[in-house]
Design a protein around this ligand. Structure first.
Ligand code: MG
Length: 268
C-alpha cells in the first residue's frame, strides 16, 4: 500500500502511464537538471558545519537551485514543506529541515531534486559531519558502493531485478539491512515514473532496460534490520530498531554506451 506522504516510492505503488523512453533532446534537459542537483549537493556537503541547523541547508539549496536556473522538485510535492530532505543518523529518508542542529559525528543524508524545462533529476548522498564512528564510516562507504554495484547493472538488455539483486547482495554480504519499504523509480517529466527499482530482488526479473530509460537507483542501508517507521511529523522515516542508516542516489540514463550518471558533475 502506498503511503500518502512519500517522496520515495513504496513498492507496488501505482503510476500514471508506463515506462517512458527519452529522446536525445529530452536527455539533454535531464542532464541539465542532473547537473543542477549534483552542483547543489556539492555546495551543501561543503557547507556542512557542526552547530548548523538543518534549515540552513535548506536555504542554501533553495538559493543554489534557483541560481542555477532550475526549480526545486520536492517543495510542495505531496505536501512536502521544504526544498530538500535532511535525515540524520537513524533517520533513513524524508527528514524535514528545521531547527535541528547538526553535530560533530552525525551522519547526514541529503536528498535533492530539481526540475529543468519540465524534466526532473533526483540524487542523494550521506556525508559524515567531521569525524564519525567507524560503524558510521563503514555504513556510508558500503551504501555508496552498493549504489555503484547497482549502476553497473544498469545496462541495455538487463532487467530491473539485475540492479536490485546487485545492491542487495553487496549490502547484505556486508551485514546490512536493505530497506524494502522505499525504492528507486523511473524519472522524467514526473519525479516518480515507472518502473520501481527495489534494492532487493531476483536476477533476470522485472522490466527490461532499454536505451532512453532514465531511472533513479537509491539504496538505503541500515546497520540493523530493514524495518522502518514514520515519525509523528508524518514524513521522517527512521529505522525501526534505532540503528544508523545511509542513503545514496543517482539519476541514470540507460544508453547503448552504458549507464550515464546524470547527477554527477563529470557525467561518469
Ligand atoms: Mg528518488
Amino acid at each position: 500500500m502506498e503511503r500518502k506522504q512519500t517522496l520515495t516510492l513504496t513498492p507496488g505503488a501505482e503510476y500514471r502511464g508506463g515506462i517512458t523512453i527519452k529522446s536525445p533532446t529530452e536527455l539533454i534537459a535531464m542532464r541539465e537538471a542532473g547537473r543542477v542537483v549534483a552542483a547543489t549537493i556539492q555546495v551543501l556537503v561543503s557547507s556542512l558545519e557542526p552547530g548548523m541547523k538543518t534549515k540552513k541547508l535548506d536555504a542554501i539549496a533553495s538559493r543554489e537551485i534557483r541560481r542555477l536556473g532550475a526549480a526545486p522538485a520536492f517543495k510542495g510535492y505531496r505536501g512536502f514543506p521544504a526544498t530538500i530532505c535532511v535525515s540524520l543518523n537513524q533517520e533513513i529518508v524524508h527528514g524535514i529541515p528545521g531547527e535541528r542542529i547538526i553535530r560533530e559525528g552525525d551522519i547526514v543524508s541529503i536528498d535533492v531534486g530539481a526540475v529543468v524545462d519540465g524534466f526532473y533529476a533526483d540524487a542523494a548522498v550521506t556525508a559524515p559531519m567531521g569525524k564519525v564512528s567507524p560503524e558510521g564510516e563503514r555504513l556510508i562507504e558500503t551504501t555508496r558502493q552498493s549504489l555503484e554495484m547497482g549502476i553497473r547493472q544498469a545496462v541495455v538488455g538487463n532487467r530491473v531485478g539485475d540492479i536490485s539483486v546487485a545492491v542487495q547482495r553487496f549490502a547484505e554480504g556486508r551485514g546490512y539491512g536493505v530497506v524494502r519499504e522505499y525504492v528507486g523509480h523511473g524519472v522524467g517529466r514526473a519525479l516518480h515514473e515507472e518502473p520501481s527499482i527495489p534494492n532487493f530482488g531476483e536476477p533476470g526479473k522485472g522490466p527490461l532496460l532499454r536505451p532512453g530509460m532514465v531511472i533513479a537507483i537509491e539504496p538505503m542501508l541500515n546497520v540493523g534490520g530493514w524495518q522502518t517507521r514514520v515519525l509523528e511529523d508524518e514524513w521522517t522515516v527512521v529505522t525501526a530498531d534505532g540503528t544508523l542508516s545511509a542513503h545514496f542516489e543517482h539519476t541514470i540514463a540507460i544508453t547503448e554506451e552504458g549507464p550515464q550518471v546524470l547527477t554527477s558533475l563529470n557525467g561518469s
